[in-house]
Write a protein that binds this ligand. Structure first.
Ligand SMILES: C[S@@+](CC[C@H](N)C(=O)[O-])C[C@H]1O[C@@H](n2cnc3c(N)ncnc32)[C@H](O)[C@@H]1O
Length: 271
């Protein structure tokens, strides 16, 4: 086993990227600081616009060679800098989708001089035409009511009705509010549902996902739960500890469900 897979490197992604061999990762999921002044316990989100865009270009240049030729990249952005960053990436990769993450923010007052922004902009880019993409792994099953409504003879036996639908490019998934069971102590933690979809669609089983800005470790947790490897960087040591504790909790959960499974099997074979 290589010494960079399934590791959380508590260091600057720019400095650490040399640890990852070129053309070795299947997928990059990047959730960099947004240039909006958020507090990650460091100054990483305090750059002015020019310095921010320059830094974005720097880590993109360092990260892209790590991708395999059929690899892809998802990048979480906001409307504020997504136009500039999409242009940067389009010079190097093929843009496959702009995904809108509707964070399902409830309607409460909001801005008075503009429309309230309630979405994240996610760019999905691929290295080449033959990029890995497993749509079947992320199809959304039709509910019983919809299936029933499509019971006319022209729909009978329709494969798409059985295998579920394409999730489309607007993903409506609740943000992790304070009481959410998944919520950890990180200001911009992403929901596992979103990151899991990216991994299942764009990283083959047993493959490896690179997350240069791990935060609370959502990519690492989702990758391990899906049978993929991960690697990545995080500047803040408290967040590095948080990632390790989320991974430990997942391992403990997996062990318990394995034991329960074995007990059920034993009980059913004894009866
Ligand atoms: C938007 S958050 C990532 C959140 C993460 N996706 C999650 O679900 O928890 C960005 C993270 O990048 C970290 N960061 C900022 N600059 C960094 C750098 N140069 N190298 C490594 N990590 C960095 C910040 O400390 C912060 O935790």
């Amino acid at each position: 086993m290589s010494d960079w897979r399934n590791r959380v490197f508590c260091e600057d992604a720019l400095a650490g990227m040399a640890r990852i061999p070129d053309a070795s990762v299947d997928l990059i999921i990047a959730d960099p600081p947004y240039g909006l002044g958020k507090d990650y316990g460091n100054d990483s989100d305090k750059l002015d616009a020019d310095a921010y865009l320059q830094w974005m270009q720097q880590w993109i240049d360092a990260a892209l060679p790590k991708l395999k030729s059929n690899g892809s990249l998802y990048i979480f952005l906001t409307w504020r800098y997504s136009p500039e960053i999409f242009v940067m990436l389009k010079k190097r990769m093929t843009m496959i989708n702009e995904i809108v993450w509707d964070r399902r923010v409830p309607s409460m007052g909001g801005s008075t001089r503009r429309f309230s922004s309630v979405h994240d902009t996610i760019g999905f880019f691929a290295n080449a035409r033959d990029y890995y993409f497993d749509l079947d792994a992320v199809r959304i099953p039709y509910d019983a009511e919809t299936k029933k409504a499509r019971s006319r003879s022209i729909f009978v036996g329709a494969k798409w009705l059985e295998i579920g639908y394409n999730p489309k490019d607007v993903w409506s998934v609740s943000r992790l509010h304070r009481e959410h069971r998944e919520r950890a102590d990180h200001p911009t933690q992403k929901p596992l549902e979103i990151v899991t979809r990216m991994i299942k669609a764009s990283c083959p089983p047993g493959g490896v996902v690179l997350d240069p800005f791990m935060g609370s470790g959502t990519t690492a947790v989702a990758a391990r739960a899906c049978g993929r490897d991960f690697t990545g960087f995080e500047l803040n040591p408290d967040y590095c500890a948080l990632i390790r504790s989320r991974l430990d909790a997942l391992d403990a959960e997996t062990a318990v469900s394995g034991i329960e499974q074995q007990e059920k099997l034993r009980a059913s074979s004894a009866s």
